[in-house]
Design a protein around this ligand. Structure first.
Ligand code: 9YT
Length: 130
């Protein structure tokens, strides 16, 4: 069994900081769970365009408010604590954080550890296909 606390991850290589978000990666590929699990804080007032071409991601908001816009149709979905969105079609999307938002994110296949978005809004492929 793996038992890990957020405090074990803070300040280590499992904490990835970018201008728009900080991702605390509680479970990664080398934990061999078949998914990765991140506790991610999105900074207030930011807009992040993403398209996880090589991953499926579910994002469960546990704090804060914002919206996610699917860029194929321009549809806006309000996101607040208690709402999950799942990018089951590798959807290109824009996340707007009205306040700071705290998200529990699950990636399949799992992230390996240091991923940040490339110019195309994706993380590079890792491990097996979803
Ligand atoms: C919500 C979202 O996708 N934010 C970008 C960071 C990503 N979820 C991660 O690596 O934790």
């Amino acid at each position: 069994m793996i038992v890990r606390k957020l405090s074990d991850v803070l300040g280590t290589q499992r904490e990835v900081v970018t201008p728009n978000w900080t991702s605390r990666r509680l479970l990664l590929e080398d934990d061999k769970m078949g998914f990765s699990l991140h506790d991610t804080v999105i900074r207030a007032g930011t807009e992040t365009e993403m398209e996880y071409k090589h991953h499926l991601e579910a994002v469960y908001c546990i704090e804060g408010e914002g919206e996610v816009v699917t860029l194929s149709d321009g549809k806006s979905h309000p996101i607040r604590a208690g709402t999950v969105y799942a990018l089951n079609q590798h959807d290109r999307h824009l996340l707007r954080a009205r306040t700071a938002m705290r998200m529990v994110c699950v990636f399949n296949p799992p992230c390996t550890g240091k991923e940040v978005h490339g110019a195309d809004g994706a993380y590079p492929p890792s491990g097996k296909a979803a």
